[in-house]
Design a protein around this ligand. Structure first.
Ligand code: AMP
Ligand code: MN
Ligand code: MN
Ligand code: MN
Length: 290
Protein backbone atom coordinates (compact mmCIF):
# COMPACT_ATOMS: atom_id res chain seq x y z
CA UNK A 1 0.00 0.00 0.00
CA UNK A 2 1.40 3.48 -0.75
CA UNK A 3 1.53 5.70 2.34
CA UNK A 4 -0.04 9.08 1.72
CA UNK A 5 -2.54 11.65 3.02
CA UNK A 6 -5.47 9.31 2.30
CA UNK A 7 -4.01 6.17 3.87
CA UNK A 8 -6.61 4.73 6.24
CA UNK A 9 -4.35 4.91 9.31
CA UNK A 10 -5.64 4.07 12.78
CA UNK A 11 -2.81 4.86 15.18
CA UNK A 12 -4.59 4.61 18.54
CA UNK A 13 -6.28 1.48 19.90
CA UNK A 14 -6.27 -0.80 22.97
CA UNK A 15 -6.27 -4.56 23.51
CA UNK A 16 -6.78 -6.77 26.56
CA UNK A 17 -3.08 -6.23 27.25
CA UNK A 18 -4.28 -2.90 28.73
CA UNK A 19 -7.93 -1.82 29.05
CA UNK A 20 -9.44 -3.06 25.78
CA UNK A 21 -11.50 -6.24 25.65
CA UNK A 22 -10.15 -7.87 22.46
CA UNK A 23 -6.89 -9.79 22.05
CA UNK A 24 -4.31 -8.10 19.78
CA UNK A 25 -5.07 -10.62 16.99
CA UNK A 26 -8.80 -9.87 17.22
CA UNK A 27 -8.35 -6.10 16.95
CA UNK A 28 -6.05 -6.66 14.00
CA UNK A 29 -8.78 -8.68 12.27
CA UNK A 30 -11.42 -6.09 13.11
CA UNK A 31 -9.23 -3.21 11.90
CA UNK A 32 -8.54 -5.00 8.63
CA UNK A 33 -12.25 -5.73 8.14
CA UNK A 34 -12.95 -1.99 8.68
CA UNK A 35 -10.51 -1.04 5.91
CA UNK A 36 -7.55 0.05 8.04
CA UNK A 37 -4.35 0.02 5.96
CA UNK A 38 -1.83 1.16 8.60
CA UNK A 39 -2.48 0.21 12.21
CA UNK A 40 -0.91 0.71 15.64
CA UNK A 41 -1.88 -0.96 18.91
CA UNK A 42 -1.23 1.63 21.64
CA UNK A 43 -1.83 -0.09 24.97
CA UNK A 44 -1.51 2.11 28.07
CA UNK A 45 2.04 2.10 29.52
CA UNK A 46 2.66 -1.33 28.01
CA UNK A 47 4.20 -2.89 24.89
CA UNK A 48 3.63 -6.57 25.77
CA UNK A 49 1.17 -6.94 22.88
CA UNK A 50 3.37 -5.44 20.16
CA UNK A 51 4.77 -8.60 18.62
CA UNK A 52 1.37 -10.30 18.46
CA UNK A 53 -0.20 -7.18 16.96
CA UNK A 54 2.50 -6.76 14.34
CA UNK A 55 2.52 -10.44 13.33
CA UNK A 56 -1.28 -10.43 13.01
CA UNK A 57 -1.30 -7.17 11.02
CA UNK A 58 1.34 -8.30 8.55
CA UNK A 59 -0.39 -11.68 8.06
CA UNK A 60 -3.59 -9.77 7.19
CA UNK A 61 -1.81 -7.46 4.73
CA UNK A 62 -1.92 -4.38 7.01
CA UNK A 63 1.11 -2.16 7.56
CA UNK A 64 2.10 -1.69 11.20
CA UNK A 65 3.74 0.90 13.47
CA UNK A 66 4.77 0.01 17.04
CA UNK A 67 2.74 1.94 19.60
CA UNK A 68 2.01 2.77 23.22
CA UNK A 69 0.12 5.46 25.16
CA UNK A 70 2.05 6.77 28.15
CA UNK A 71 0.29 8.25 31.20
CA UNK A 72 1.89 11.57 32.19
CA UNK A 73 1.19 14.03 35.00
CA UNK A 74 1.43 17.65 33.84
CA UNK A 75 0.17 20.78 35.62
CA UNK A 76 -2.17 18.79 37.84
CA UNK A 77 -3.81 16.84 34.99
CA UNK A 78 -3.24 13.42 33.49
CA UNK A 79 -2.05 13.82 29.91
CA UNK A 80 -1.60 10.93 27.48
CA UNK A 81 1.38 10.81 25.12
CA UNK A 82 1.20 8.32 22.25
CA UNK A 83 4.50 6.89 21.05
CA UNK A 84 4.74 5.54 17.50
CA UNK A 85 7.41 3.75 15.49
CA UNK A 86 9.88 3.18 18.35
CA UNK A 87 12.21 0.20 18.76
CA UNK A 88 10.31 -2.01 21.19
CA UNK A 89 13.53 -3.59 22.50
CA UNK A 90 14.89 -0.24 23.73
CA UNK A 91 15.95 -0.76 27.36
CA UNK A 92 15.25 2.79 28.62
CA UNK A 93 11.78 2.77 27.08
CA UNK A 94 11.00 -0.62 28.62
CA UNK A 95 12.23 0.49 32.05
CA UNK A 96 10.29 3.75 31.84
CA UNK A 97 7.07 1.97 30.95
CA UNK A 98 7.56 -0.55 33.78
CA UNK A 99 8.06 2.29 36.26
CA UNK A 100 4.95 4.05 34.96
CA UNK A 101 2.87 0.85 35.37
CA UNK A 102 3.96 0.32 38.97
CA UNK A 103 1.58 1.48 41.67
CA UNK A 104 -1.60 0.64 39.77
CA UNK A 105 -2.45 -2.22 42.15
CA UNK A 106 -2.24 -0.06 45.27
CA UNK A 107 -4.20 2.67 43.52
CA UNK A 108 -6.90 0.13 42.62
CA UNK A 109 -7.18 -0.99 46.25
CA UNK A 110 -7.68 2.62 47.33
CA UNK A 111 -10.23 3.14 44.55
CA UNK A 112 -12.15 0.11 45.85
CA UNK A 113 -12.00 1.52 49.40
CA UNK A 114 -13.53 4.77 48.16
CA UNK A 115 -16.27 2.95 46.28
CA UNK A 116 -17.04 0.77 49.32
CA UNK A 117 -17.54 3.93 51.38
CA UNK A 118 -19.97 5.12 48.70
CA UNK A 119 -22.00 1.92 49.10
CA UNK A 120 -20.40 -0.22 46.38
CA UNK A 121 -18.62 -3.18 48.01
CA UNK A 122 -16.44 -5.74 46.25
CA UNK A 123 -15.21 -3.45 43.48
CA UNK A 124 -11.60 -4.64 43.60
CA UNK A 125 -12.57 -8.29 43.08
CA UNK A 126 -15.17 -7.20 40.55
CA UNK A 127 -12.69 -5.17 38.50
CA UNK A 128 -10.02 -7.88 38.61
CA UNK A 129 -12.34 -10.22 36.70
CA UNK A 130 -11.97 -7.94 33.67
CA UNK A 131 -8.21 -7.51 33.87
CA UNK A 132 -6.19 -9.21 31.11
CA UNK A 133 -2.78 -8.03 32.39
CA UNK A 134 -2.23 -8.03 36.18
CA UNK A 135 0.18 -5.08 35.81
CA UNK A 136 -2.48 -2.96 34.21
CA UNK A 137 -5.58 -2.66 36.34
CA UNK A 138 -7.25 0.57 35.22
CA UNK A 139 -10.32 2.68 35.83
CA UNK A 140 -11.87 1.10 32.75
CA UNK A 141 -11.95 -2.30 34.50
CA UNK A 142 -13.79 -0.75 37.46
CA UNK A 143 -16.18 0.90 35.02
CA UNK A 144 -17.04 -2.47 33.46
CA UNK A 145 -17.76 -3.93 36.91
CA UNK A 146 -20.02 -1.01 37.85
CA UNK A 147 -22.01 -1.46 34.65
CA UNK A 148 -22.26 -5.24 35.15
CA UNK A 149 -23.43 -4.82 38.75
CA UNK A 150 -26.19 -2.45 37.62
CA UNK A 151 -24.82 0.61 39.48
CA UNK A 152 -24.60 2.55 36.18
CA UNK A 153 -26.06 2.21 32.71
CA UNK A 154 -22.79 2.61 30.80
CA UNK A 155 -19.10 3.33 31.34
CA UNK A 156 -19.55 7.04 30.58
CA UNK A 157 -21.98 7.32 33.51
CA UNK A 158 -19.50 5.45 35.75
CA UNK A 159 -16.73 7.95 35.00
CA UNK A 160 -19.04 10.91 35.52
CA UNK A 161 -20.43 9.69 38.85
CA UNK A 162 -17.58 7.68 40.37
CA UNK A 163 -14.18 7.75 38.71
CA UNK A 164 -13.26 11.36 37.94
CA UNK A 165 -11.68 13.96 40.21
CA UNK A 166 -13.75 14.66 43.31
CA UNK A 167 -15.81 11.46 42.94
CA UNK A 168 -15.71 8.53 45.43
CA UNK A 169 -13.64 6.10 43.33
CA UNK A 170 -11.06 8.65 42.15
CA UNK A 171 -7.51 8.36 43.49
CA UNK A 172 -4.91 10.87 42.32
CA UNK A 173 -1.77 9.27 40.95
CA UNK A 174 1.68 10.52 39.94
CA UNK A 175 2.38 9.24 36.43
CA UNK A 176 5.50 9.77 34.28
CA UNK A 177 6.97 13.23 33.71
CA UNK A 178 6.32 14.79 30.30
CA UNK A 179 9.98 15.12 29.35
CA UNK A 180 10.76 11.55 30.40
CA UNK A 181 7.89 10.07 28.36
CA UNK A 182 8.86 12.08 25.26
CA UNK A 183 12.52 11.08 25.60
CA UNK A 184 11.77 7.35 26.09
CA UNK A 185 9.89 7.41 22.80
CA UNK A 186 12.21 9.60 20.74
CA UNK A 187 15.46 8.02 21.95
CA UNK A 188 14.00 4.66 20.87
CA UNK A 189 13.61 6.05 17.33
CA UNK A 190 9.90 6.90 17.58
CA UNK A 191 7.71 9.99 17.41
CA UNK A 192 5.83 11.34 20.45
CA UNK A 193 2.28 12.60 19.89
CA UNK A 194 -0.06 14.49 22.27
CA UNK A 195 -3.18 12.28 22.52
CA UNK A 196 -6.74 13.70 22.35
CA UNK A 197 -5.80 17.28 23.41
CA UNK A 198 -9.42 18.45 23.77
CA UNK A 199 -9.93 16.03 26.69
CA UNK A 200 -7.74 17.98 29.11
CA UNK A 201 -9.22 20.64 31.35
CA UNK A 202 -6.42 23.15 30.83
CA UNK A 203 -6.65 26.92 30.80
CA UNK A 204 -5.36 28.45 27.54
CA UNK A 205 -2.04 29.27 29.21
CA UNK A 206 -1.60 25.76 30.66
CA UNK A 207 -2.41 24.25 27.25
CA UNK A 208 0.15 26.56 25.64
CA UNK A 209 2.68 25.40 28.25
CA UNK A 210 1.90 21.76 27.45
CA UNK A 211 2.53 22.26 23.74
CA UNK A 212 5.67 24.37 24.12
CA UNK A 213 7.24 22.10 26.75
CA UNK A 214 6.31 19.00 24.74
CA UNK A 215 8.08 20.44 21.69
CA UNK A 216 11.08 21.58 23.74
CA UNK A 217 11.50 17.97 24.93
CA UNK A 218 11.43 16.70 21.33
CA UNK A 219 7.72 15.93 20.85
CA UNK A 220 6.61 16.22 17.22
CA UNK A 221 2.94 15.28 16.81
CA UNK A 222 -0.63 15.88 17.94
CA UNK A 223 -3.82 13.87 17.45
CA UNK A 224 -6.23 15.84 15.30
CA UNK A 225 -8.64 13.08 14.26
CA UNK A 226 -9.53 11.08 17.38
CA UNK A 227 -12.68 9.46 18.72
CA UNK A 228 -12.52 12.02 21.56
CA UNK A 229 -12.85 15.11 19.32
CA UNK A 230 -15.99 16.80 18.04
CA UNK A 231 -15.91 18.21 14.51
CA UNK A 232 -15.13 21.67 15.92
CA UNK A 233 -12.26 20.21 17.95
CA UNK A 234 -10.86 18.46 14.86
CA UNK A 235 -10.70 21.87 13.18
CA UNK A 236 -9.28 23.58 16.23
CA UNK A 237 -6.44 21.09 16.77
CA UNK A 238 -5.71 21.00 13.06
CA UNK A 239 -5.05 24.73 13.39
CA UNK A 240 -2.95 24.06 16.50
CA UNK A 241 -0.84 21.53 14.55
CA UNK A 242 -0.14 24.16 11.88
CA UNK A 243 0.54 26.89 14.44
CA UNK A 244 3.13 24.76 16.28
CA UNK A 245 4.50 22.98 13.19
CA UNK A 246 3.42 19.57 14.49
CA UNK A 247 2.72 16.38 12.58
CA UNK A 248 -0.92 15.30 12.69
CA UNK A 249 -2.20 11.90 13.80
CA UNK A 250 -5.43 9.97 13.38
CA UNK A 251 -6.68 7.22 15.69
CA UNK A 252 -10.02 5.90 16.94
CA UNK A 253 -8.95 5.09 20.54
CA UNK A 254 -11.00 1.92 20.11
CA UNK A 255 -11.33 -0.16 23.32
CA UNK A 256 -14.25 -2.54 22.87
CA UNK A 257 -17.17 -3.36 20.58
CA UNK A 258 -20.34 -1.94 22.09
CA UNK A 259 -18.39 0.34 24.44
CA UNK A 260 -16.38 2.51 22.08
CA UNK A 261 -18.23 5.24 20.22
CA UNK A 262 -15.76 5.34 17.35
CA UNK A 263 -15.13 2.28 15.18
CA UNK A 264 -11.64 1.39 13.98
CA UNK A 265 -10.66 3.15 10.75
CA UNK A 266 -13.81 5.27 10.60
CA UNK A 267 -12.60 8.83 11.26
CA UNK A 268 -12.40 11.50 8.53
CA UNK A 269 -9.12 11.83 6.60
CA UNK A 270 -6.66 14.47 7.75
CA UNK A 271 -7.16 17.81 5.96
CA UNK A 272 -4.68 18.32 3.12
CA UNK A 273 -2.85 21.19 4.83
CA UNK A 274 -1.63 18.87 7.60
CA UNK A 275 1.37 16.53 7.42
CA UNK A 276 0.42 13.01 8.57
CA UNK A 277 2.68 11.60 11.27
CA UNK A 278 2.97 8.38 9.22
CA UNK A 279 4.72 10.30 6.46
CA UNK A 280 7.54 11.24 8.87
CA UNK A 281 7.59 7.64 10.13
CA UNK A 282 7.64 5.92 6.72
CA UNK A 283 11.06 4.40 7.49
CA UNK A 284 9.69 2.88 10.72
CA UNK A 285 6.61 1.24 9.21
CA UNK A 286 6.59 -2.56 9.11
CA UNK A 287 5.34 -3.15 5.57
CA UNK A 288 2.98 -6.00 4.81
CA UNK A 289 4.20 -6.11 1.23
CA UNK A 290 7.72 -5.43 0.04
P1 AMP B 1 -6.48 4.94 34.10
O1 AMP B 1 -5.26 4.84 33.24
O2 AMP B 1 -6.64 3.78 35.04
O3 AMP B 1 -6.59 6.26 34.81
O4 AMP B 1 -7.74 4.81 33.14
C1 AMP B 1 -7.90 5.72 32.07
C2 AMP B 1 -8.81 5.12 31.03
O5 AMP B 1 -10.16 5.26 31.42
C3 AMP B 1 -8.73 5.86 29.71
O6 AMP B 1 -7.70 5.34 28.92
C4 AMP B 1 -10.05 5.57 29.09
O7 AMP B 1 -10.05 4.29 28.50
C5 AMP B 1 -10.96 5.55 30.28
N1 AMP B 1 -11.61 6.85 30.54
C6 AMP B 1 -11.07 7.91 31.14
N2 AMP B 1 -11.96 8.91 31.26
C7 AMP B 1 -13.10 8.44 30.73
C8 AMP B 1 -14.41 9.00 30.56
N3 AMP B 1 -14.72 10.23 31.01
N4 AMP B 1 -15.34 8.23 29.98
C9 AMP B 1 -15.04 6.98 29.55
N5 AMP B 1 -13.84 6.41 29.68
C10 AMP B 1 -12.87 7.13 30.27
MN1 MN C 1 -8.08 3.40 27.94
MN1 MN D 1 -5.98 8.34 26.35
MN1 MN E 1 -6.24 5.50 24.42
Amino acid sequence: MPLNQLTNADLHSHSSVSDGTLAPEDIAARAQAQGVELWSLTDHDEIGGQQRARDAALALGMDYLTGTEISVSFAGETVHIVGLGFDEDDAALRAGLAATRSGRLERAQRMADGLAQAGIPGAFEGAIKYVGNPDLISRTHFARFLVESGACADTYEVFRRFLTEGKPGYVAHAWARLGDAVRWITQAGGVAVIAHPARYKFSPSAEYALFTEFIAHGGRGVEVMTGSHSTAEQVRYGDTALEFGLLASRGSDFHSPGESRTELGSLPDLPGALTPVWQALAHRVHRATA
